[in-house]
Structures are given as structure tokens and as C-alpha cells.
Ligand binder design. Structure first.
Ligand code: SF4
Length: 464
């Protein structure tokens, strides 16, 4: 006989929401990692002592965490999900009958108190501190990379760069255009490059018209991650325009901020060729003493000769005396005398030229295979050549091969960000919108990592 499900009317239920949420639920693990009191203290100075009580900021943060951890991208849908899902209700401390705030509350908080108090960055840094205290950060090797995230901007509503000017942005009068004007001098946005993109989106002028590999061009921002390679903990995150100069600048900002904030400076950094220009290698090696496991950008090396005459690599570099020594043992120098004119004999930026003495070369038995056409031989030296040479030597080591494998962890985080957390297109506009979204996504990824690698439920079971 076919059964039939009865729906008995019951006046009272004995229902415990806490017992209903499984011990190993990801939100239960994350719950113990969020400190509501600390969060409220951070935002308290931005509230008045008078007036109606606001929606609890902890509730908004908890709902945002649910949204990013569970990959719910729409705030309207997030409100519906929190209303219906018992685990979400438990995590947000709403009980069975607590009222879920309206979706417009998120926008008010984001543009108001959260931005003024820099609350999202504080929460992100708290997750990093927790990872440090849980021994998930090795601090020995970091990896850095950037990934393009399409902006909420449409090509059909963009204009050609020639028709674009800050006055057009002022006339547009929207929040994203105002943020674009505020970041014109910011190295991560307006001042990253003097080159204008082909198109500018009127709805979000700071978004970069760009493309990734073989895809069609689109408007995008770049999310930059600095991760520790031990457990792929995100040490820092930065939003920039989607161009190389801004991404390289962001890597430096993140390395400096991590050292200042957490006192962690890596021995080595692994990155792709985008970070391998001479200036960046010089910054890492000469200024900060960090080993660069970075493939340098191949440049046209005119120093290597193919006609059988001596190449630059046949000359020995003497760092202490700032000179090259030729195969015949003679010195090639930049300057050979003290000039009375102080403007002469000065070190200059850029490529340097080291010359041998004309008389020495003329009398040299190797002249025919060194510099047969010139009166005297010279060799050039590129800026930050020591750092470039050091990076080249690093590439030959076993540690470089290991770092290359570990660098893939940052790419896996970007794949996770897009596939699992669903961050395939930004919802918020403007540089601040991109910053907020990337910070929240990084918070979610670090919290998920902590929940997975340091689960409390395992401890409970062991004790039981
Ligand atoms: S030609 Fe001049 S630079 Fe070349 S090996 Fe002879 S002395 Fe040295």
C-alpha cells in the first residue's frame, strides 16, 4: 500500500537550533574564529551615543561572511537564504524568529561605517593573525600573483579613450566616477600608467579595458594575492587596475605591509615573469635582501656576440672596483680620471659603459678576437645587473624548482575563488567596491582554510 506523508499540526515544538547544526559544519568551525566583541569595539567610535540603535554590525559582517564562504553572490538572495537556512540563522545568531535585515542595509554599511573604520581590512588581518597563531604560516617563502576579475561594466556603454576626460567623469556624477577621480594619483589606479586604454566605462572608469590570454577583451580589476607557501594562507590582498605596473607595485606594497603589520619577511618570493623586470629584482635583492625565484623578462642581450669575438660573459665583473677585467687581464672602467667639471664623471641611471684603454687594446695580442674594428673595446652593463645575475643564478638551483611548484598554490587559490566562491564578476563598482569584494573573498578563503586545517570538531571527538 502506498504510504502518505502526514503533516500533523503541532502547537509547540521542542527545537534546539544549536543541536540542529552538524558538529562538522563549516560555519560552526568559522563561528569560533570570528570575535564579535573585537569587531564591535573596532567600529564603536564611528557611532553616536544618541539616536535609535542601528542594525548590529556583527550581524551584517556575519551575513557577508556567509555570502562569501558559501558562494552566494547576490545580497537579495543572501537575505532569502539566511531567512530560510537554519545553519545560516544559527551562524548569524538570529534564532528561529530573528528578523533578517533588508538587502539595502549592506550598501549603507559598506559605503558608511565599514569604509570609515576600515573594518574589512581589520577582519582580514585578524584571520592572518589567527593563521600565524595556529602555526599555518611558515614565513620562509611567499608567492605573489594577480588575477583578472571582470568588472560590472559593459562595453556597449563605454566611450573611446579619446573622448574621455576627468570632466566627463565629473559630469557622470556617480559614486564609481568620483572614486576614479579620487584615485587619479594612486599608483595602484590612476597613476599606474600614462597609457590610456582603448575604451573607458562610464559606469566604472577605473576598470581597465583588457584581456586574458585568448579571451575577448573586457573591463576588469586585478586581485593581487601574497601567500605563504606552507599552507597557502593569504598574507595580504590588494585591488589594482589590471595592468602589469600596478600589479608589480601591489606586490611591493603587500610585502612591506606584511613585514610592518605581522613582522614576517620571507627569505624568498616566487612569482611569474611579470614580476621579473630589472627594477623589481633590484628592489627585492638590493633593498630588501629577498631571494627572487622569478623568471626574469628576457631582454635583447646585445652583449652576447655570435661572430666569434669576445662577449660580455668573457669579461669578469669586479664589484668592489666597479670595473670589468678582460681575458687579457686589463681593466675596463667607466671613469679614469678626476674631472674638474663636477657634471662629468658622474654615475648615471640606466645602462653604463665600461671602456678599455686605447693604447692597451692596440698592443693586445687578442685584439682580433676581442674588438677588431674598434680602437678600444667597451662592454655595457644594464641597471640592477647584479640583481639580474643573482636571479639568473637562483634559477639554476634546486630550490627554484621547488618554489615553482609551490607558486602554483596561488593559482589554485584564484581557481577556488572563481569556481567555488563564484567570484567570476564583481558586483560592486569603483576601486573601493573592488577592494571590499577582494578583501571579503580573501577573508572567506582564510576562514575556510582555518576551518579545514584546524577543525575544532576533531578535538571534540578526540576528547570524547
Ligand atoms: S683588446 Fe683590449 S679589452 Fe680586449 S682583450 Fe685585448 S686589452 Fe683586453
Amino acid at each position: 500500500m502506498m504510504g502518505r506523508q502526514e503533516a500533523p499540526a503541532q502547537l509547540f515544538y521542542d527545537f534546539d537550533l544549536d543541536r540542529h547544526v552538524p558538529r562538522n559544519h563549516v560555519l560552526r568551525e568559522i563561528d569560533r574564529l570570528l570575535d564579535g566583541d573585537k569587531l564591535r569595539e573596532a567600529i564603536r567610535p564611528f557611532y553616536s551615543n544618541l539616536g535609535r540603535p542601528s542594525v548590529d554590525p556583527e550581524l551584517i559582517v556575519r551575513m557577508l561572511v556567509v555570502g562569501y564562504v558559501m558562494g552566494i553572490r547576490s545580497e537579495r538572495r543572501l537575505c532569502d537564504e539566511v531567512h530560510l537556512n537554519l545553519a545560516y540563522r544559527w551562524f548569524c545568531h538570529l534564532g528561529l524568529e530573528g528578523r533578517v535585515p533588508d538587502h539595502s542595509t549592506f550598501s549603507r554599511y559598506r559605503h558608511g561605517k565599514f569604509r570609515e573604520s576600515n573594518l574589512l581590512r581589520e577582519i582580514f588581518e585578524t584571520t592572518v593573525e589567527r593563521c600565524l597563531s595556529e602555526n599555518l604560516v611558515g614565513g620562509e617563502g611567499f608567492a605573489v600573483d594577480a588575477s583578472l576579475i571582470p568588472a560590472d561594466a559593459n562595453k556597449a556603454r563605454s566611450i573611446a579613450a579619446d573622448d574621455w576626460s576627468p570632466d566627463v567623469a565629473r559630469a557622470a556624477g556617480n559614486r564609481a566616477a568620483q572614486e576614479y577621480l579620487d584615485t587619479l594619483d594612486d599608483a595602484a589606479f590612476g597613476a599606474a600608467s600614462p597609457v590610456q586604454p582603448k575604451f573607458v566605462a562610464k559606469s566604472d572608469p577605473a576598470a581597465q579595458w583588457t584581456r586574458a590570454d585568448e579571451s575577448r577583451p573586457y573591463f576588469a580589476y586585478a586581485t593581487n594575492y601574497l601567500i605563504d607557501t606552507k599552507s597557502a594562507v593569504i598574507m595580504d590582498v590588494e585591488a589594482t587596475r589590471a595592468i602589469r605596473q600596478a600589479e608589480v607595485g601591489a606586490s611591493r606594497t603587500m610585502l612591506e605591509r606584511t613585514e610592518k603589520r605581522f613582522g614576517v619577511k620571507p627569505d624568498w618570493v616566487a612569482a611569474d615573469t611579470a614580476y621579473g623586470n630589472a627594477e623589481n629584482l633590484g628592489w627585492l635583492v638590493e633593498q630588501h635582501g629577498i631571494i627572487p625565484f622569478i623568471p626574469f623578462i628576457p631582454v635583447i642581450d646585445k652583449s652576447e656576440r655570435t661572430d666569434g669575438t669576445f662577449s660580455r660573459s668573457d669579461f669578469d665583473w669586479d664589484e668592489r672596483s666597479d670595473q670589468y677585467i678582460c681575458p687579457e687581464g686589463h681593466a675596463l672602467k667607466q671613469f679614469r680620471r678626476n674631472y674638474s667639471d663636477p657634471n662629468r664623471g658622474q654615475e648615471t641611471e640606466g645602462r653604463k659603459k665600461y671602456r678599455a684603454l686605447k693604447a692597451t687594446c692596440q698592443a693586445c695580442p687578442s685584439k682580433e678576437i676581442c674588438g677588431p674594428k674598434a680602437d678600444a673595446r667597451y662592454v655595457t652593463r644594464e641597471p640592477h645587473e647584479e640583481a639580474r645575475e643573482f636571479a639568473r643564478e637562483c634559477r639554476k638551483t634546486k630550490a627554484y624548482k621547488v618554489s615553482r611548484d609551490k607558486r602554483k598554490k596561488v593559482e589554485m587559490l584564484f581557481a577556488h575563488l572563481k569556481r567555488i566562491l563564484g567570484l567570476t564578476r564583481l558586483r560592486l563598482r569603483g576601486p573601493n567596491g573592488a577592494k571590499d569584494e577582494f578583501l571579503l573573498a580573501a577573508i572567506a578563503q582564510n576562514l575556510r582554510k582555518l576551518a579545514k586545517l584546524r577543525p575544532q570538531c576533531a578535538l571534540v571527538e578526540v576528547k570524547a
